[in-house]
Design a protein around this ligand. Sequence first.
Ligand code: ZN
Length: 289
Amino acid sequence: MFGSIELGGTKIRCGIFGDNGKMLDEIRIKTSDPKDDIKEVVGFFKDKDIKSLGVGAFGPIDVDEDSATYGRILQTPKKLWRNFDLLENIKKELNLPIGLSTDVGASGIGEYELGAARGKGSSLYLTIGTGIGGSFINDGRILQTSFHPEMGHIEIAREEDDKVKSLCDFHDSCFEGLCAGPSILERTGISGEDLDKDHEVFDLLARYIAKALMTYSLILRPDIIIIGGGVVNKEGMIEKIRDNFDKINTGYVSLPRSKDYIVFPKLGNEAGLVGGYILAKRAIDKTSL
Ligand code: ZN
């Protein structure tokens, strides 16, 4: 059996997977104080007979295996978690091989191996919700070197009449600052869930998201782009994004039809935990090399 942890900003999910990839048991914990939370997590896994563990964690987190601070959460706005040595605190209680990535890295690898990107050579996974994050998988490997990508913070060229304040503390005009879920409330005074799906703000966001997807396509040219999260899940949104993508696609780069290229995740909310299971399996393969 294998263990999987999806460490999110609001909740932590822990799962036990059988050797066939089927989830056998699960707990959910509200993310609060790291010391208490990890005690609970470790307690869940302790008496289970797992061979290894895979972890997908919110970031920024040090994912460089050669770094002295590997596995440590870095400058997160969540103060209690800042500089928390996640990996060490799990490892000292559970002496097991552990595979680590970001939350979007784990979800991306889950979708790559067992979801919407199955059989593809490369894929981009993007979540557009409370925040924006992405991961790129090529030939089965998550792109993460001395640091993981921060795809939510690329600059987006604002439309002329778009003067809204960016909600990112670091950038005046970044993708997350202009397009993450809270930007809808900032622009309209109404949250995305409560707003009519035909409101013009969704057209603006679809244009911005299409621009970002084109930028990623030009740089990485994945075989498929998987997009999820609250903003994208709004009814009609993915079609709007595809329409705008087709408008700005001049044919310079050969791309699949947008219907086949820009798709929803297949594993839905399970992508992160399934990805953790894949990371756990890989951690074993690595130690047996
Ligand atoms: Zn930013």
